[in-house]
Write a protein that binds this ligand. Sequence first.
Ligand code: IPM
Ligand code: MN
Length: 370
Amino acid sequence: MNFKIAVLPGDGIGPEVTDQAIKVLNAVGIKYGHEFKYNFADVGAIAIDNYGDPLPEATLETCLESDALLFGAIGHPKYDNDPSAKVRPEQGLLKLRKSLGLFANIRPVKAYDLLISKSPLKEELIKGVDIVVYRELTSGIYFGEKGRTETGAFDHCTYERYEIERIAHKAFEAAQLRSKKVTLIDKANVLETSRLWREVVSEIAVEYPDVVLDMMFVDNAAMQMILNPKQFDVILTENMFGDIISDESSVISGSLGMLPSASIGAKTSMFEPIHGSFPQAAGKNIANPMATILSAAMMMDHLGLANEAIDIREAVNAAMKEGIVTEDLDAKNNFSTQQVGDYIADFIEEKQATSKIKKDYLTIGLSTII
Ligand code: IPM
Ligand code: MN
């Protein structure tokens, strides 16, 4: 089959990690006879530099005419240190989410057996953790009216019923295929929008009698995520709580560099690592590409290519098993961003080859796959 993929590498380590995901998609293409055609476009700080706009119209058009969208990262320290900047890289990402209607941000969090020792949390707490966060992505405080008054500032948080309903259905459908539990995270003891979430989600839960609905205040949930993460299956939450809880949950996986995500909308959907642009690592060939590669696996699932997705995940597991990982996962014996990408792509193409030999090749710099 043929697919048009829009690639928005963005800033910092974005280009390096998206390159590896493309390498992996090409390997999948060779193995399964698919053609992935990539259309590159600028977003974020690089787009501000080149066009004065973090999401140029041409980028949006490229996205709209694609089957799926691979996104790297956005952000640059020169904006982080200047809160008064009128144009910011993040605006590009937020506008993209809104323009494409990417209302459901899906963030799976797993404790990989091979990485358990990398997590600062105790093994008995995290072994077997398998959570997926459904974060609402196009509303709430991120998109409400904001501004300054003479003496202060405000950010309004608003939600419409339909915005809660559509993502709640997605979360319950996901739970039906998993451990059949949805935990709604909110702050209903204080916020009116949270009380609306409880009301709407409780109504929808009736349509899914096989799924248990639990509700938790976000402050308690932040604590429970560390104390007893195994209690969670599907987490359903609004935009800002989802942002915070999903970063927190990444600690379980041992590295933020492992967490992929999918942002699903009515038409073109977007696949991106959860981590940011990590400017300190940009251009050094040390960033972990696994989150982006695993995002490509989510893209395969979304395009109905289930075996292709399984292959990518197996190859990532093989890389971890063989210790072909970047320095965030192994401070002593590590490989470069490119080498990890090469190994994973190569594994997909020639599964019969023993990975041990490949590791030796890589170690002495003789790899035929570089
Ligand atoms: C994320 C990021 C973004 C967000 C920023 C870059 C606007 O943190 O995707 O989680 O807050 O949504
Ligand atoms: Mn975030």
